[in-house]
Design a protein around this ligand. Structure first.
Ligand SMILES: [Zn+2]
Length: 338
């Protein structure tokens, strides 16, 4: 474990106040702490596992991001939601790519290249932390030249089997040409990164001027986060080491030289996260009673999750609090061409 003495976003020196303490219900059953930086508002896991220790906390069949077998109710919900979210993410990607780059193509060059406004085969993108490669595959099917980065070997193998172009080492990442990419996407990945600042600076170099960066993350001040408190599943300690809010995520992008453009909701996350949060609540009660956690399915937690997820989305629609998860869209300014 390592203890941070300065804020990973603004560099302010500690000590930091405790925002919340939660159990890792997924793997270790240990309690971890989320610290709060009074200066910039960042929430971060502190102390946190070092990069080398991190893999110990991913050893669970329940870690669905990389799992292929679907058994429980929340897995089924997750798979359904995942398919729906995939098409939403692809539309968002194409919308911003066309907005940023098609405008730069003259009518003549578009004809020469045999493309029209809805075509996307001119674009080259990187999906960082691509998991088993669903997004890369989806983008490729839309005619985008897409490559994935995934450090986990088994996830990478699944991706490769699907014919997805995927890399997994820092050397391979470093070999990508600067100013060569039209977009980089991180779907629920930035909250896992020990070196997020170095990575964002690297992404800035990899993107072409006008290139688009998509950062999707859970919002630590969303209504479902507040309602569920220490049971909120998107704390996901200690796998999530950063816990963003709209202002801190915006700042993270801007500090690396990006212009903030837009934010978009991921409305299904509120229901999915609420469903797991209800199960964590149940697990905690069982732990208190028997000292042993157990997964159980009943209709009542699912109904409660549906109600709380809906309430969270309703509050987000009215602007009273952020969505459970949001995608922030940034652009590398054209005037910062090297
Ligand atoms: Zn700070």
């Amino acid at each position: 474990m390592e203890t941070l003495t300065s804020c990973p976003l603004c560099g302010e020196k500690g000590p930091f106040s405790i925002h919340i303490q939660c159990r890792d219900y997924l793997v270790s059953q240990e309690i971890f702490t989320v610290a709060h930086c009074a200066s910039c508002g960042l929430l971060f896991t502190n102390p946190r596992p070092s990069l080398d220790e991190m893999s110990d906390f991913y050893q669970s069949d329940e870690y669905i991001s990389h799992a292929e077998t679907v058994t429980s109710l929340q897995d089924k919900v997750y798979m359904k939601v995942k398919r729906r979210m995939l098409s939403q993410k692809l539309s968002l990607l194409k919308k911003h790519l066309n907005r940023q780059f098609f405008a730069n193509l003259t009518r003549k060059s578009a004809q020469d290249l045999n493309v029209h406004s809805s075509s996307s085969n001119l674009y080259r993108i990187l999906d960082f932390g691509c998991g088993t490669g669903a997004f890369v595959k989806g983008a490729t099917e839309q005619g985008i030249d897409a490559i994935g980065f995934e450090p986990d070997f088994s996830a990478r193998e699944v991706a490769a089997k699907q014919g997805v172009q995927v890399i997994g080492t820092e050397n391979e990442l470093g070999a990508l040409a600067e100013n060569s990419l039209h977009a980089i996407t991180l779907w629920h990945v930035i909250e896992h990164l020990h070196d997020f600042k170095d990575k964002l600076n690297h992404f800035h170099r990899l993107l072409k001027p006008g290139g688009v960066l998509f950062l999707a993350a859970p919002m630590g001040n969303s209504s479902d986060a507040v309602m569920y408190g220490k049971y909120w599943a998107a704390w996901d300690l200690p796998r999530h080491i950063l816990h963003f809010t709209p202002s801190t995520l915006k700042r993270a992008g801007e500090d690396s030289g990006f212009d903030y453009k837009d934010k978009n909701p991921l409305p299904f996350d509120a229901w999915y996260i609420s469903l797991i949060s209800e199960q964590y609540k149940k697990k905690e009660k069982q732990l208190e009673k028997t000292g042993k956690g157990q997964n159980g399915q009943t209709l009542l937690p699912a109904l409660k999750a549906g109600a709380k997820g809906s309430w969270s989305n309703l509050k987000a629609i009215t602007g009273a609090s952020p969505w459970s998860s949001q995608t922030f869209v940034f652009v590398k300014p054209a005037d910062k061409l090297k």
